[in-house]
Design a protein around this ligand. Sequence first.
Ligand SMILES: [Zn+2]
Length: 211
Amino acid sequence: MTDATSADPEKDAPRDTPWDRLSGSPQDFAEGVQVENSGDFAAVPDAFQRLWTPHRMVYIQDGQQPHPDDCPFCIAPSMDDEKALIVARGRYAYVLLNLFPYNSGHLLVCPYRHVATYDEATPEEVAEIGSLTQVAMRVLKATSGCDGFNLGMNQGRIAGAGIAEHLHQHIVPRWALDSNFFPIIAGTKAIPKLLGEVRREVAEGWPVSTA
Ligand SMILES: [Zn+2]
């Protein structure tokens, strides 16, 4: 039996808080961000904690996670720009946001054709992938004030390509101080902006005459 005048806050603490339903402590919940210790799960624990991002369900529920047998970079151009996270369309290649960004504004430049490696791209595709990359860098600098970029193509699964069957160039904007120990010690990336917001900013900042 408890009453409102009890001096035992531990005993009288509300029992319906998130940390009561889970195994963490209130200290695990910083600024409303819920982080669980994977060692407390009933399943086999791994080294990673989880940063729950339910807002990303909208991308999954909108059908942007096609069947693994389908190629997302072939499907995306048939969708509208907002749903496919496309920021610009060229003649031979197009630019879209990475659904799993390393940083806010992480873009991918893809040829429309389903080719796996850079040496399979035509001269026209190579040229337009290059020019779209240049424009993307200018737009990201203008819209996000980034301090630098990582550009790169992972060729083949062994080299780290997530979707190895369809060529794509990564454009990752970088800011001073954007690296920290969070990914290393927590196995988690903090992405400060939602994808839809970034897509709109980059698409609106894209010059009209680049296609
Ligand atoms: Zn494809």
